[in-house]
Write a protein that binds this ligand. Sequence first.
Ligand SMILES: *[C@@H]1O[C@H](CO)[C@@H](O)[C@H](O)[C@H]1NC(C)=O
Ligand SMILES: *[C@@H]1O[C@H](CO)[C@@H](O)[C@H](O)[C@H]1NC(C)=O
Ligand SMILES: *[C@@H]1O[C@H](CO)[C@@H](O)[C@H](O)[C@H]1NC(C)=O
Ligand SMILES: *[C@@H]1O[C@H](CO)[C@@H](O)[C@H](O)[C@H]1NC(C)=O
Ligand SMILES: *[C@@H]1O[C@H](CO)[C@@H](O)[C@H](O)[C@H]1NC(C)=O
Ligand SMILES: *[C@@H]1O[C@H](CO)[C@@H](O)[C@H](O)[C@H]1NC(C)=O
Ligand SMILES: *[C@@H]1O[C@H](CO)[C@@H](O)[C@H](O)[C@H]1NC(C)=O
Ligand SMILES: *[C@@H]1O[C@H](CO)[C@@H](O)[C@H](O)[C@H]1NC(C)=O
Length: 420
Amino acid sequence: MDEPEGEAHMSSMSGSRSFWSSGQKLLLLFVATLTLQYRSTVYGSVPSGSISMTQPDCPDKCGDVSIPYPFGTGVGCFQGAFNVTCNKTGAYLASTDVRVLEINLSLGEVRVQNPYISWNCNYTNGTRSSSGLNILSLDAFHKVSINKNKFTYIGCSELAMMVGGGIGSNEDYLTINSCFSYCTNASNFNDKDDKECRGKGCCQTSFAGNISGFYTVATPLLGIYNSDVQSFCPCSYSFVVEEEWFTFSRSYVNSSTNFASRNKDGVPLVLDWIVGNERCSDAINMGPQYLCQAKNSSCVDVSNGPGYRCNCSSGYEGNPYLKDGCRDIDECHPQNNPLYPCNGISASIVFLMVCIFALHAEYQKRKLAKEKDRFFDQNGGQILYHQIMSKQVDTLKIYTQEDLKKATNDFGESTELGNY
Ligand SMILES: *[C@@H]1O[C@H](CO)[C@@H](O)[C@H](O)[C@H]1NC(C)=O
Ligand SMILES: *[C@@H]1O[C@H](CO)[C@@H](O)[C@H](O)[C@H]1NC(C)=O
Ligand SMILES: *[C@@H]1O[C@H](CO)[C@@H](O)[C@H](O)[C@H]1NC(C)=O
Ligand SMILES: *[C@@H]1O[C@H](CO)[C@@H](O)[C@H](O)[C@H]1NC(C)=O
Ligand SMILES: *[C@@H]1O[C@H](CO)[C@@H](O)[C@H](O)[C@H]1NC(C)=O
Ligand SMILES: *[C@@H]1O[C@H](CO)[C@@H](O)[C@H](O)[C@H]1NC(C)=O
Ligand SMILES: *[C@@H]1O[C@H](CO)[C@@H](O)[C@H](O)[C@H]1NC(C)=O
Ligand SMILES: *[C@@H]1O[C@H](CO)[C@@H](O)[C@H](O)[C@H]1NC(C)=O
């Protein structure tokens, strides 16, 4: 094909210039779109990072364990009973040997290591040994979760007991729960490799709520416990444990494996915590003593005994115990909204659609300009040119190849039309 000349050539050049200038506009739009996305990404990638979970200048971690306020280590870093001491071994509830594994603000839970497994071994050769009595004692603001834990016993033909107590004005608040494991001989015990803790070599039970301390014991049942039992089941263990963590194994019962020495550090236990003993209806009238400090926070009555804790109101996240601790949830963050694109992204999509539409419009205009060039080349007809120009307004919608063919008396070489 010959190079177009004269005016036609110039108009072609100006057409391509306008194409590129619109390309620049598009580029700008894309940059704007990307910037928008980038900003929303950067903003979203720090869901709670920009919000401090601690008091100013307080460490937010002890080893691997996050320590959000009201928990804290050091002067001015914790509230009331939530003093955490931190050493090389880990984080501990202050003045106890109870190690902190995980603190969950929104559930009002703290996962700890219960160091106390009560055990007792009584061998047929006369050797006896036992752990002695260990009392796990917390304070009135930490309660043993009744939903997440179970009192558990491993052994045979003993009655196992858990004695729980509250700490508070009424010092003699006591609860006793028990379970029994029935296995009188090795053959009925070893019949199958059952991993369930269901009364044969192992028993589990729920226990009463509102307790901040407990101990566990097991005593042989006269008439059922004998040297037969002793021979295949010389040791027994009792403890309170996070139900989800514990799986029973028959090998725990016989002498070759000692459950306590396998779990020297203890077993996981879930505690509920409260920031005040009051009910919410009273707490919210306590002025500065009311501990849900953040705007957009609310009070939650705890079911495990009297007391309350706090949550950020729905639509907010962060730390309800700190002033300005609850922040609007960022819907742009994929963690918060994995299914639907957030406003920022849908805005970018709109931008993109506008871009595509603009590109399409520019393409049609450019196409028209090229047509014009071709008419000048092939027909040199001003009339046709004006005919096309008069149609220009409608071009975007209705200008199809078919119309073009009609308008130009089938000028042929239609394959070159889209050849940009
Ligand atoms: C926190 O508890 C530890 C251990 O009981 C104690 O030494 C420390 O003084 C307590 N910190 C404060 C600020 O009371
Ligand atoms: C850390 O503190 C806990 C609780 O007081 C204690 O049992 C443990 O021995 C301490 N560890 C070290 C390395 O001092
Ligand atoms: C608290 O527990 C909830 C529910 O299991 C979980 O979604 C959340 O990630 C936990 N928070 C922390 C800090 O572990
Ligand atoms: C009795 O048996 C246990 C377990 O087999 C063993 O540890 C202990 O040393 C024995 N005691 C005596 C006095 O033989
Ligand atoms: C909960 O325990 C405390 C002692 O810690 C006791 O004073 C209170 O009466 C108990 N409340 C209920 C509802 O059991
Ligand atoms: C073991 O107990 C079962 C019943 O649970 C009984 O049938 C069986 O005879 C007992 N075996 C021995 C060796 O005592
Ligand atoms: C230990 O076993 C002997 C012999 O069966 C029994 O008399 C005694 O009561 C047992 N003691 C304990 C603490 O289980
Ligand atoms: C302990 O249990 C294992 C597996 O169930 C078994 O192979 C072994 O013989 C048992 N040992 C004793 C001393 O009963």
